[in-house]
Design a protein around this ligand. Structure first.
Ligand SMILES: [Zn+2]
Length: 170
């Protein structure tokens, strides 16, 4: 994914990591990583650090701008967290990644995944995907439409944030 921003979320932002993946961005999340470890990984891997912990902003690599960091205010719903990040970095929606493992989804013929697809889905869906990482099978059914609907809502919220001049420092 050259040129695409990728993310590392702090322990409070696991839900946000999943939704960033749905929006098409690689997002890692480690509930056990200490602040210093998060900053070091973000620096090494060129990932944006997303945090609700103002202490991380004081870290040298962050305060000096060596690591890109977006502070996500506490108390926001996960959709508003996502809108905040979309607004801060002007992110377009991209093709979904696996919400569970961050893997890339690859379009796959139904015949190859048919044993994982419920009968009623086979009748109504034509596009199927498999995660390169955990092998989970996805299809463009009602659940997928609901996820895309929430993502579009986050983009609308982000546009409203930008219009209101509430753009966070990035
Ligand atoms: Zn996966």
């Amino acid at each position: 994914m050259p040129g695409q921003p990728a993310f590392l979320c702090d322990a409070m932002l696991g839900g946000l990591a999943r939704w960033l993946r749905a929006a098409g961005y690689s997002a890692w999340f480690d509930v056990h990583a200490a602040d210093g470890e998060l900053v070091r990984r973000a620096l090494e891997q060129g990932r944006w650090l997303l945090t609700s912990d103002s202490g991380i902003l004081e870290r040298y690599a962050v305060s000096e701008g060596l690591v890109g960091c977006v502070f996500v205010p506490r108390g926001l719903s996960v959709l508003r967290q996502l809108a905040h990040v979309i607004a801060a970095l002007k992110l377009p929606l991209r093709d979904c990644r696996c919400m569970d493992c961050d893997g890339e989804l690859v379009e796959t013929p139904l015949a190859e995944v048919v044993q994982h697809v419920p009968a009623k889905v086979k009748d109504v869906c034509t596009l199927f995907f498999r995660c390169r990482g955990c092998r989970k099978v996805y299809w463009r059914g009602t659940h997928w439409q609901s996820i895309r609907g929430r993502l579009r809502r986050a983009v609308e919220l982000a546009a409203a944030l930008a219009d209101a001049g509430e753009r966070p420092p990035s």
